[in-house]
Design a protein around this ligand. Structure first.
Ligand code: ADP
Length: 169
């Protein structure tokens, strides 16, 4: 049968799927807030051209920190991690754009700031894994899950930035 054959006609909906708009949950951790890095960090995402759709300063309760990091709950550093995340206010953000999840991970840099490339947020602004200033979702699915976890529905804002036609043809 022909079911596995690739289509040889132009199917715009298939092409459009390569341009899917994703959402990512970005969070400036308590050390980033205490060190006065909020403006610097938000600025990097703004300048890149992604769209901010949610933003709040928030004191995270322990159960939310545990839910957010539940995949890591067997790790030896888990108690310290949830203590760190709840130790002061965090800045919760939802960002939207084509490829935003992977691109944000590149802007952020790898988990250990000493191994993160210069030019990345962790590479430029941090020195230790346990104080790595920022979180970013690791997949579009987790982006959606984490935004739903950290924001209530009315807290997100749908809008069209004036710069939109100057960012993408
Ligand atoms: P990332 O935040 O880069 O996606 P992980 O999902 O592996 O990294 O870990 C989540 C967070 O847990 C890290 O950002 C860091 O704050 C913390 N963490 C990870 N590994 C360690 C470790 N070995 N010691 C202390 N904290 C850690």
């Amino acid at each position: 049968n022909n079911n596995n054959k690739k289509p040889h006609i132009f199917l715009p909906h298939l092409v459009a799927s390569l341009e899917d708009v994703d959402q990512t949950y970005i969070m400036i951790k308590p050390d980033g807030v205490q060190r006065g890095l909020v403006g610097e960090i938000i600025s990097r995402f703004e300048k890149k051209g992604f769209k901010l759709t949610g933003l709040k300063l928030f004191k995270c309760p322990k159960d939310l920190a545990e839910e957010h990091y539940k995949d890591l709950n067997a790790k030896p550093f888990f108690p310290k991690l949830t203590e760190y995340i709840t130790s002061g206010p965090v800045v919760c953000m939802a960002w939207e754009g084509v490829g935003v999840v992977a691109s944000a991970r590149k802007l952020i840099g790898v988990t250990n700031p000493l191994q993160a490339e210069p030019g990345t947020i962790r590479g430029d602004l941090a020195v230790q894994t346990g104080r790595n200033v920022i979180h970013g979702s690791d997949s579009p699915e987790n982006g959606k899950r984490e935004i739903a976890l950290w924001f209530k529905e009315g807290e997100l804002c749908e809008w069209t930035p004036a710069q939109a036609p100057w960012l993408r043809e």
